[in-house]
Write a protein that binds this ligand. Structure first.
Ligand code: SAM
Length: 305
């Protein structure tokens, strides 16, 4: 406990803890009776330049509000509050929550949301920016859930497993292109940031991480998307080696007509023809706009059945 009280007595411009030193973090955790939980993807970012780059990429002015996902012991929370931002921090580890409350609880610009962010985010506030060194365990699920739940941010800056970043930014026709790429690219313009190796973290993970900035696309109106869009994209990628004709037929049979045979074949053929998609194309060759057009067309055709 004394480590913390000594720490918070120092000047408000100094971090309350030495966030760059594994030895200091270990000693602090020990003094608090806390440990690290691998299951929660706990890897502190101990590289101050990398933390600075992420905060710079967020590029906010004092007074703006930001969600911070998985603040841990508050290394980046400190930086956000120092910039005069309002921070809504989502943390699952109850020991870390206690530390965060002791460190930042008196700051009226800090608000802690304890618990699993996958469950707590739908009830949280309307801040327009998001920052997070996301735990590997929930990175894709959280980004996917926010987009599918139509909870959009003007800008998000996240640190993720490098492979996941590659999948999110993959272009049509490449091996990493997936339904998740389509989902992310349909709503956000993404810029990959630096790759970070194990030693930038404590404890060091076995995989590389990479920063990613996501800017909400100004040319897209999320509410114009058909509700069929996401299920359709997922379905068309489910058997990615099969042609779109085959996968769309399955989708039409199971979701739209509820029966197979000639009628479903004709329905599928017409939809592809009206969208200008050759029958032997594979989903991996299509971009987000084409999927969106196909979903909108199917929705219209469904109304006329
Ligand atoms: N932000 C700190 C840093 O950069 O040093 C810690 C990042 S660490 C990779 C991920 C953090 O997310 C941990 O503090 C972990 O407890 C928290 N976490 C893991 N799963 C979570 C969940 N489902 N909801 C909220 N926080 C979670």
């Amino acid at each position: 406990m004394s480590l913390l009280t000594d720490a918070v007595r120092i000047s408000s411009a100094d971090p309350p803890l030495n966030y760059d030193s594994p030895a200091a973090l270990r000693a602090f955790l020990e003094a608090q009776g806390l440990g690290m939980r691998k299951r929660l993807g706990q890897h502190f970012l101990i590289n101050p330049r990398a933390r600075g780059h992420l905060l710079d990429a967020l590029d906010l002015s004092p007074g703006e509000g930001v969600w911070e996902i998985g603040p841990g012991l508050g290394a980046m929370t400190f930086g956000l509050l120092e910039q005069g931002l309002r921070v809504r921090a989502f943390e699952l580890d109850s020991g870390f929550c206690q530390v965060l409350t002791q460190l930042f609880g008196d700051n009226p610009r800090f608000c802690l949301v304890p618990g699993d962010v996958l469950k707590t985010w739908p009830q949280a506030g309307d801040e327009r920016y998001l920052l997070g060194n996301l735990p590997y365990t929930i990175g894709s699920r959280l980004v996917g859930a926010l987009i599918e739940g139509r909870r959009f941010f003007t800008r998000m800056v996240v640190l993720l497993q490098r492979e996941l970043v590659q999948r999110m930014i993959a272009r049509p026709g490449s091996k990493d292109y997936s339904s998740f790429s389509v989902l992310c690219q349909s709503f956000y313009t993404m810029s990959p940031l630096s790759v970070l190796k194990g030693p930038s973290f404590y404890p060091a993970p076995h995989v590389d991480s990479q920063g990613l900035r996501l800017e909400l696309r100004a040319d897209v109106r999320p509410d114009s998307y058909s509700p069929l869009f996401q299920p359709l994209v997922r379905r068309l990628f489910a058997s990615r080696r099969k042609t779109i004709n085959h996968n769309l037929y399955d989708y039409v049979v199971s979701t739209i007509l509820k029966t197979g045979g000639l009628e479903a074949q004709e329905f599928t053929r017409k939809a592809l023809e009206r969208c200008g998609i050759p029958e032997n194309t594979r989903a991996e060759a299509l971009d987000g706009e084409t999927f969106a057009a196909l979903a909108a067309l199917l929705e219209g055709m469904k109304l006329h059945i």
